[in-house]
Design a protein around this ligand. Structure first.
Ligand code: ACO
Ligand code: ZN
Length: 193
């Protein structure tokens, strides 16, 4: 290229020379409009890519779990873990948030029998005594064809290890919010309750 050896004159530009963007990691010359444009494009694609894949996954998970919309109680404190398969697909997802207390599930569902209603399946009877807890799992999901391969187990193990820096949470410190029948079976097995 002809411009390869072009001299750059420092005319007092604010940013001169090679800069590395802290968000997208691209190294570019801030004083060069073409470079800056290229960076902007890369930057957006990079950040949007991350944002969309996580949002897409959550939308899919919410649809399957029957949630209407995504309303985390504290969006900036939620942590999302994705399980990526060898084929580079997202096959598992766990979303967790800090909590202070939880209520233990006591028994099988109670109330009027209506086998076709979704609400009935979720009406577990809970203790009204709050117990201290640290981490609430608001969503856990594994791609249908990859279930019963210990993926959920590994996601929860990872969560317990990573949720709070420097400590491994005990199963008493984590709670599953409003579990589905699948979720309850898994949680019961995982926590040995
Ligand atoms: N029926 C009976 N036992 C189960 C089931 C089930 N459907 N799922 C898990 N278990 C038990 C088993 O003992 C299993 O060990 P085993 O296979 O050696 O017998 C153990 O839990 C560990 O299971 P994993 O393989 O780690 O669980 P999996 O990766 O299949 O994921 C999950 C479980 C996430 C519940 C999955 O079935 C799923 O995505 N279901 C649909 C979405 C859903 O309902 N998510 C839970 C919502 S509740 C919430 O989000 C807080
Ligand atoms: Zn950038």
């Amino acid at each position: 290229k002809e411009t390869k050896d072009q001299l750059i004159i420092d005319a007092g530009q604010k940013h001169f020379g090679a800069t590395m963007c802290k968000s997208c990691g691209m190294i570019y010359t801030a004083s060069n409009p073409e470079d800056e444009m290229q960076h902007l494009q890369h930057h957006h694609r990079f950040l949007e890519g991350i944002k969309y894949t996580v949002e897409d996954v959550q939308e899919l998970v919410d649809n399957e779990l029957g949630f209407q919309q995504v309303v985390p109680s504290c969006p900036n404190k939620t942590k999302t873990f994705l399980f990526i398969s060898d084929e580079k697909r997202v096959v598992g997802c766990l979303i967790a948030e800090p909590i202070k207390q939880a209520f233990r599930v006591l028994s099988e569902p109670t109330g009027p029998e209506s086998p076709n209603s979704k609400e009935c399946h979720r009406a577990w009877q809970c203790s009204d005594v709050p117990e201290p807890a640290v981490c609430g799992i608001s969503r856990i999901w594994v791609f249908r064809l990859k279930r019963r391969k210990r993926i959920a187990r590994r996601l929860v193990d990872t969560l317990r290890n990573c949720f709070m820096f420097g400590c491994f949470l005990s199963t008493n410190e984590i709670a599953f919010s409003d579990p589905t029948p699948d979720g309850k079976l898994f949680a019961t097995k995982y926590c040995n309750t």
